[in-house]
Design a protein around this ligand. Structure first.
Ligand code: ARG
Length: 473
């Protein structure tokens, strides 16, 4: 006999039962379901709906059930539809008829909303710890390779040199915002729907506040219809998770390029690489590729959840059962992606020489050279033109960097300018040496001396600030 079977004749069709059950997915909520039931039983006792003995019996049964769930010793019965009916049935087998009093003043609708909020709260706390661990791995690497210089790009073309530490700290900024979004969502997750009943509110004078407090909630939902049908909190966490996956995917994309021998900026450790079944030479950064690939599923989960909600009238509709498969999988994906990226970053070997050689390519110090002319009174537009001419000349002559240009090239470029100040500089003693020094990698880095810039002093200060804030691993 089904728990809800009083008005039904005969057994459900197997196709219907197979189609509607959710135990395969919602078994993941078992511990949250038991925690909610223990708090609910106590609330029923406080409301005078259960005797002290009944409360004690039910609580003992739930605690023993919890031990078995934790030990992985319960066998879920697919015929019992979902985790709620499975647990209630098992409890009744343990404690006898008093088990039939557990569901007083409660519906699976407020129950599952409570379970999912408890589950989500735990998930957020775990994700936060994993985000923090990856940030620390990035900070460790930035500290280890503090002087390494990358060819910063725009349009994927060589742009300006930047410190590798600066580049890595950019990801720390993204991940910090991810943590902030999850922390913000957690405030709205952490309210108790218990007492909302099926939709209208429980039919007994339950002290919702005390039950909520026992479960560690910050408060109670204020509208019973909203309580059982709101999944905003799932959308919010999925949005934060999707964005975090996008951040990881960008980092993963960079690692795949950087580890290509043509770049040779980094070597991914063997422990975080795989080989090819056919090509003996291959070493592939698969975890990075899979993080990039799995971001698609998390983005899809966000879209699925929004689409699930958009046509639903109040209050609970069975569609809402579909909140769990994609959400739980998305959180698991983010969890695992954070862990594997932390390992990959921890074991990444940087080839600072290769990075620096690449940073020299493409006349990346041209902007710094123009800035130096501006410091000497040349209008920026004229300086841009002069340096553009130097770049064109160097390229034509096969001279690889601006710092390698002969004195004569600097003097001729200044002399040929429309700008009077520039022409005056052409005859100044030591001007070529001054400009050459500004056009080195070090000169270029040092010039970006603003808050948030890549000047070594700024990056060191930022690194120290982040380290102090995040602490060591
Ligand atoms: N398995 C359901 C879910 O996850 C639980 C609530 C079902 N309520 C109902 N009256 N069928 O949403």
């Amino acid at each position: 006999m089904r728990m809800w079977g009083g008005r039904f004749d005969g057994a459900p069709d197997a196709r219907m039962a197979d189609f509607t059950r959710s135990i395969e997915v919602d078994a993941a909520l078992a511990l949250d379901d038991i925690a909610g039931s223990i708090a609910h039983v106590r609330g029923l006792g406080r409301a005078g709906l259960l005797t002290d003995d009944e409360v004690a019996t039910l609580e003992r049964g739930l605690v023993s059930l919890r031990a078995d769930v934790e030990a992985g010793a319960v066998a879920w019965d697919p015929a019992l539809e979902d985790v709620h009916l499975n647990l209630e049935t098992m409890l009744t087998e343990r404690v006898g008829v008093v088990g039939g009093k557990l569901h007083t003043g409660r519906s699976r609708n407020d129950q599952v909303a409570t379970d999912l909020r408890l589950w989500t709260r735990r998930a957020i706390d775990r994700l936060d710890a994993n985000l923090l661990a990856l940030e620390r791995a990035l900070v460790d690497l930035a500290e280890r390779e503090g002087d390494a210089v990358l060819p910063g790009t725009t349009h994927i073309q060589p742009a300006q040199p930047v410190l590798l530490a600066h580049h890595l700290l950019a990801y720390v900024e993204m991940l910090e915002r991810d943590r902030g979004r999850l922390a913000d969502a957690r405030r709205r997750v952490n309210v108790s729907p218990l007492g909302a009943g099926a939709l209208a509110g429980a039919g007994y004078p339950l002290d919702r506040d005390t039950t909520a407090a026992e479960l560690g909630f910050d408060g109670v939902t204020r509208n019973s219809l909203d309580a059982v049908s709101d999944r905003d909190f799932v959308v919010e966490v999925l949005a934060a998770a999707a964005l975090a996956m996008v951040h990881l995917s960008r980092l993963a994309e960079e690692v795949t390029w950087w580890s290509n021998p043509r770049f040779g900026f980094v070597r991914v450790a063997d422990a975080f690489s795989t080989g090819s079944s056919m090509m003996p030479n291959k070493k592939n950064p698969d975890p990075a590729e899979l993080v990039r690939g799995r971001s698609a599923g998390v983005i899809g989960a966000l879209t699925a959840m929004l689409t699930l909600l958009k046509g639903l009238p109040l209050a609970y509709q069975r569609d809402l059962q579909e909140d769990k498969p994609a959400f739980l999988a998305a959180v698991a994906t983010l969890d695992a992606s954070l862990a594997v990226m932390a390992g990959l970053v921890e074991t990444l070997v940087v080839d600072a020489d290769r990075m620096r050689a690449a940073a020299e390519e493409g006349y990346t110090t041209a902007t710094a050279l123009a800035d130096e002319l501006v410091r000497r009174g040349v209008p920026f537009r004229a300086a841009h033109h002069i340096v553009g001419g130097l770049v064109g000349g160097a390229e034509a002559e096969g001279i690889p960097t601006l710092a390698a240009l002969p004195d004569e090239a600097f003097r001729a470029a200044l002399d040929g300018s429309d700008d009077e100040t520039a022409r005056g500089l052409a005859h100044q003693r030591g001007i070529a040496a001054t400009l050459r020094s500004a056009a080195t990698i070090e000169g270029s880095l040092a010039g970006a001396d603003v808050i948030g810039g890549t000047a070594p002093g700024r990056v060191a200060a930022q690194l120290a600030e982040v380290r102090a804030r995040l602490g060591a691993g």
